[in-house]
Design a binder for this molecule. Structure first.
Ligand code: SF4
Length: 915
């Protein structure tokens, strides 16, 4: 007789009720309950049931019932009666991938497909299944392209089944099939089936066999009239095969209205989790929640929340257990380990390789390397390549003088050692058998001390897991001895890492995915993440079976998927009187509405109880508004560099005038945030090279373009000869310069047409244009015509010189101060100009026409001042003002214009911006 207990969620916990019933009938003198078998669909429910049973028995010492999920129990029976090796289900996609030559992603999909077929058609051979599919696909008129992929899936199923049979293996579903036909030697005194509501066909077969081998059978079924259809199949199966008795445990059978839905919205996921943490802490402190395991936190998509939960709950000091949340492949040690393998496979790309070099989980990486890895990575501009790394640690680059790093020699030596240790794996990356990779990786683990800290038990556990994982991969080698590439090996390794969870021993709040919570009971349930996007969750795209085919074959289809989520949702909200529902309004840039399940509910503002984390407490203790921490920069007026006896660079005057604060930070303190160097030439390197080339080609007169060109070719070669830049960049510069050479030639002809005959380049100039203000600088180019000169400054960017703005103080003073010093030295300066090597054009002050007039006037009268003098006078006025302020120690945040602030690193800390 099978006793069916229909139990509504608001009535009681099914396990508790079933155990109470069991204890009424199963009086044990010797307190041995081992002849009771309790089966439930999820490990979380099994765990909860064992805790409930312990609370119900009145003895402290007893032999507990056997408690397991169906798969766990079948595995146990198979290990006692079966004779084949059990194939770990995480290896199935890998085997399929090897057999069908497709990637792990596609093979995982095929593995799920095979699993579904085996669960739904446990008694059918592959031939029968193939025929069934053919008939249905034909009947539904499925296009040939889709049919082709489905047939590929069935072919893979056949190959897979043949392969595991040939190799003496069985998978989990085969085991269940085996158990459903097993002749057992003993009977269970009581079989409890708790929490099943829609078992698959293979599960029904197992349950049928176990019921036949049990004297008494209690079946607990979650009951709800609203979702009655969901349990029809299960109840029908029991009634068709066994004599049954039905008992209803509902307050009013058939009617169970949900609690009224009250939910809260939070600004983001972090706020939402923080509120949950505060609530739990408040409940605990008030004494309402003494046992933290009586609180469950659940989300429709747990993976989105697991890292936030870890962070926030750690902050609040709340113990917790995340079910299936600790995936090995997402844990930092294994991410670092994968970065090592990917580095070797892909030629040491900068980011991946430096992740490995700076990892704390490789204890034998030399300290110097770990200390410098991030800086070297940021400063190198390397894309990838062993040679590039070695060259960089040996010679540095144009912008990073590695000789200043005092550990340079040790870094160079250690880097060689690291590459030496990785060489065997590098040599094998094109293809060796799986076992060779495992062997090489074991050597690497030893050489670099991966997870070798013996003191930390968690680290020890992870290391053992890694060893176990490598054993599993080794086992694959016995099935598939052919060579594979290192990239293929990495796919296998990361697939396995991502399929292993670490379960923690339960001591705190239970946290799990919504799909795991079914059948569990808690005093307090926090159901978060209820956005319109995630609840109900859309079914991911199925690239194998169209929805109508799934429906016809009895697979999980769209409607069923939604129905199950709805069932799950209402089950949860009915299972606890203390329910906290919530959703985040935003996630990154995405904005959300509440789930459609909440439409009938009422949104209330979340109340945050007066519970704070230690971190918050400390922050509040030392709280000062941000702007209070920012002040203007004032220094002693005696700052040595600005004394009248010292020379000030002309470019520093401009820099100060652009913004005194920025000047002080960047030029005086020489502070700049680190930029990640890209694989490109720095602007100042290009500038230096172009200056050098121009210097060499224009210094002497030239006869023709051919002459000019030959000179340019030689100049390019000598200008870059001693520079530490890649041959690639040298070629680019050479080609680019030669391409613009005809335009430069034309521009030079134009300058010479104006009568300028000789040129001085990179001319150092010093002077005291105003008494007590000594300046120094370097003029890029000084062209002469008789005793008159023009001053030119090269720029690699676009032109930007507005003569009128000079008078108003809104332009750089550099050229005009050079002109002032030159005049003091007896030169007649007719004009100054900026030569853009990007546009190959020159902007003059005064303009070309006015300057020619000025030059003639200077030459003819010898006394008429040129228009340039107006600019020089204005520049000197601004110079005087700037130097006086510098000497007073005034480095206020005062930009020449607001555009300057856009590119300023000080932006966030600047009083000017905070105003
Ligand atoms: S943000 Fe603007 S005002 Fe402030 S330091 Fe930078 S440039 Fe000067």
């Amino acid at each position: 007789m099978v006793k069916i207990f229909y139990i509504s969620r608001e009535h009681t916990n099914t396990a508790e009720l079933l155990f109470k019933e069991a204890l009424k009938t199963e009086h044990r003198i010797n307190i041995d309950y081992s002849n009771i078998l309790y089966l439930s669909p999820t490990p979380a429910k099994v765990k909860e049931a064992s805790e409930i049973f312990h609370q119900l028995v009145d003895s402290r010492c007893y032999i507990p019932p056997e408690m397991a999920t169906i798969v766990q129990y079948c595995k146990k029976l198979y290990s006692a009666y079966g004779n084949r090796r059990i194939l770990n289900s995480s290896l199935i996609p890998i085997i399929i991938s090897i057999l069908c030559g497709r990637g792990i992603g596609f093979s995982s999909m095929i593995a799920d497909f095979i699993r579904d077929i085996k669960c739904i058609y446990p008694d059918s051979s592959v031939d029968i299944i193939e025929q069934t599919f053919t008939d249905i696909l034909h009947e539904l008129n499925i296009p040939e392209a889709v049919t082709k992929t489905i047939n590929e899936g069935i072919r893979s199923y056949r190959d897979y089944q043949l392969f595991i049979t040939k190799n003496g293996l069985v998978d989990e579903i085969d085991i269940m099939n085996y158990v459903s036909n097993l002749q057992l030697s003993t009977k269970n005194s009581l079989l409890i089936l708790d929490g099943f509501y829609e078992p698959s066909n293979i599960e029904k077969n197992v349950l049928k066999r176990l019921i036949q081998y049990s004297e008494k059978i209690f079946v607990g079924i979650p009951y709800s009239k609203q979702f009655g259809k969901l349990i029809d199949g299960y109840v029908g199966f029991l009634k068709d095969n066994f004599e049954t008795e039905e008992i209803f445990y509902t307050d009013s059978p058939g009617s169970s209205s949900p609690n009224s839905l009250i939910y809260s919205a939070y600004q983001g996921m972090e706020d939402e989790v923080e509120e949950i943490a505060r609530n739990i802490k408040s409940l605990y402190l008030s004494g309402k929640l003494r046992d933290l395991r009586k609180a469950i936190i659940t989300f429709p998509v747990m993976s989105k929340y697991s890292s936030i939960i870890g962070r926030v709950f750690h902050r609040y000091g709340i113990p917790y257990d995340i079910y299936r949340g600790n995936i090995l492949g997402r844990m930092r040690p294994f991410l670092d380990f994968l970065s090592l393998l990917v580095s070797v496979a892909e030629g040491y790309p900068r980011l991946k390789f430096s992740q490995f070099l700076s990892s704390i989980y490789f204890t034998r990486i030399p300290d110097n390397i770990r200390k410098w890895a991030a800086t070297l990575s940021i400063e190198s501009g390397i894309i990838s390549g062993k040679e590039m790394w070695l060259n960089f640690v040996k010679d540095g680059s144009e912008n990073f003088d590695i000789s200043l790093v005092k550990e340079k020699d040790a870094i160079e030596r250690d880097m060689m050692w690291i590459f030496e240790k990785l060489q065997p794996l590098e040599d094998s990356r094109k293809g060796v058998d799986i076992n060779t990779y495992v062997h090489l990786i074991r050597n690497i683990i030893d050489d670099f001390g991966f997870l070798s800290s013996v003191l930390d038990s968690n680290v020890r556990d992870l290391r053992n897991l890694n060893i176990e994982l490598l054993k599993q991969i080794s086992f694959l080698s016995t099935l598939y001895p052919q060579p594979i590439t290192l990239n293929e090996f990495i796919d296998i390794f990361s697939h396995l890492l991502n399929s292993i969870h670490i379960e923690t021993e339960g001591t705190g709040v239970r946290i799990m995915d919504l799909s795991e919570i079914h059948g569990l009971s808690a005093e307090y349930i926090f159901l978060g993440g209820l956005t319109d996007k995630d609840m109900p969750l859309r079914m991911g795209p199925d690239y194998l079976l169209p929805d109508n085919v799934k429906r016809r074959l009895g697979f999980l289809h769209l409607d069923k998927y939604i129905e199950m989520q709805t069932f799950c949702f209402y089950n949860v909200i009915r299972s606890s009187k203390n329910l906290h529902l919530s959703y985040p309004l935003m996630e990154g840039e995405d904005m959300f509405l509440p789930s459609s399940f909440l439409y009938s509910g009422e949104e209330v503002k979340g109340k945050i109880p007066g519970i704070f984390s230690k971190e918050e407490y400390l922050i509040k203790q030392g709280y000062k508004s941000f702007s209070e921490n920012i002040s203007e920069i004032k220094t002693q007026s005696s700052a040595a560099i600005f004394k009248p006896s010292e020379f000030i660079k002309v470019t520093d005057i401009d820099s100060y005038r652009m913004c005194p604060r920025r000047f002080f930070i960047e030029r005086v303190l020489k502070l700049k945030p680190m930029d990640v160097k890209e694989y490109e030439l720095e602007a100042n390197t290009i500038g230096t090279i172009i200056h050098r080339i121009m210097e060499k080609i224009i210094k002497e007169p030239f006869d023709s373009f051919d002459d000019f060109q030959k000179r340019a070719e030689a100049a390019i070669e000598t200008s870059m000869r001693d520079m530490r830049i890649d041959a690639y960049w040298k070629t680019i510069i050479n080609d680019t310069f030669m391409e613009i050479l005809p335009e430069i030639y034309e521009k030079e002809l134009e300058i010479r047409e104006d009568g300028y005959v000789s040129t001085e380049v990179e001319k150092t100039i010093v002077g005291e244009p105003i008494k007590g203000m000594r300046l120094k600088g370097k003029i890029d180019r000084l062209d002469k015509i008789g005793d008159t000169v023009q001053i030119i400054d090269y720029k690699t960017g676009t032109l930007n010189l507005n003569c009128k703005q000079v008078l108003e103080g809104n332009e750089n003073l550099q050229l005009f101060l050079y002109a002032a010093i030159a005049k003091n030295q007896g030169y007649r300066v007719s004009r100054v100009g900026i030569y853009s090597l990007k546009d190959i054009s020159i902007k003059w002050c005064p303009s070309k026409r006015k300057a020619r007039g000025s030059r003639l006037e200077i030459q003819s009268s010898g006394k008429k001042e040129s228009e340039l003098d107006d600019y020089i006078i204005a520049a000197l006025r601004f110079l005087e003002e700037a130097v006086e302020n510098m000497r007073k120690g005034n480095f206020e945040a005062r930009p020449l214009n607001d555009y300057i602030c856009w590119s300023c690193h000080e932006y966030a800390f600047c009083p000017y911006m905070q105003k």
